[in-house]
Design a protein. Structure first.
Length: 199
């Protein structure tokens, strides 16, 4: 108890407790994810977000399985136009086994008009949200993640599906002729929570 007391004592050097390892992830309790909104959007137009777990990557299958795709489109119209907030709450996922390369794939879309003023959805960019760490624990937290330009190249999708996504993306960004480019300064704010935190 003295050891615990010493480490929980409040001082000017007290560190926050890392809640990543508070409990081993259990598939029956699952996890939940909320996409709160975008920051520094490049244009003053409405943006929406499609998302799916990857793998299996429902957004990239033919045909697309709509039951595995999630949509954030309800905007808080009081939020700044370049920092739009979504009003949807958490999406919950159950009975998903922990795996190091599992991510939530996000695709950012907006509405584009052609010469006849016919609207069509246009893919602006994409990103991935990490879910588990290599030890099988949930990476619960609030993340502000960069957006990558355009449609994800198929070879990049294959690499991040088979490997831990962010080390691969950092390696690609460091290349002189990188197949991925940041859509600066746009980012997305996402929350990831272990389902056991509500039990």
């Amino acid at each position: 108890m003295r050891w615990i007391d010493a480490r929980l004592a409040k001082s000017n050097v007290t560190e926050l407790i890392d809640m990543t390892y508070f409990s081993k992830y259990l598939p029956q309790f699952g996890f939940k994810i909320a996409i709160d909104g975008f920051h520094n959007t490049p244009e003053k137009v409405p943006y929406v977000c499609l998302s799916c777990l990857n793998p299996p990557g429902a957004l990239h299958q033919t045909p697309i399985d709509p039951s595995q795709v999630y949509l954030n489109s309800q905007l808080d119209w009081e939020s700044p136009i370049t920092t739009p907030h979504f009003t949807e709450e958490f999406f919950s996922f159950y009975n998903i086994n922990a795996r190091n390369n599992l991510t939530l794939f996000l695709e950012v879309k907006t509405i584009a008009f052609n010469k006849k003023d016919v609207p069509a959805f246009k893919t602006v960019g994409w990103t991935v949200v990490p879910i588990f760490n290599p030890n099988g624990y949930m990476q619960s937290g609030c993340y502000q993640l960069p957006i990558f330009k355009g449609v994800i190249p198929k070879d990049v999708l294959d690499r991040i599906t088979q490997n831990d996504a962010w080390p691969v993306l950092m390696e690609l960004l460091a290349m002189k002729k990188s197949p991925v480019q940041l859509l600066e300064p746009m980012s997305v704010v996402v929350r990831v929570v272990d389902g056991q935190r509500e039990v």
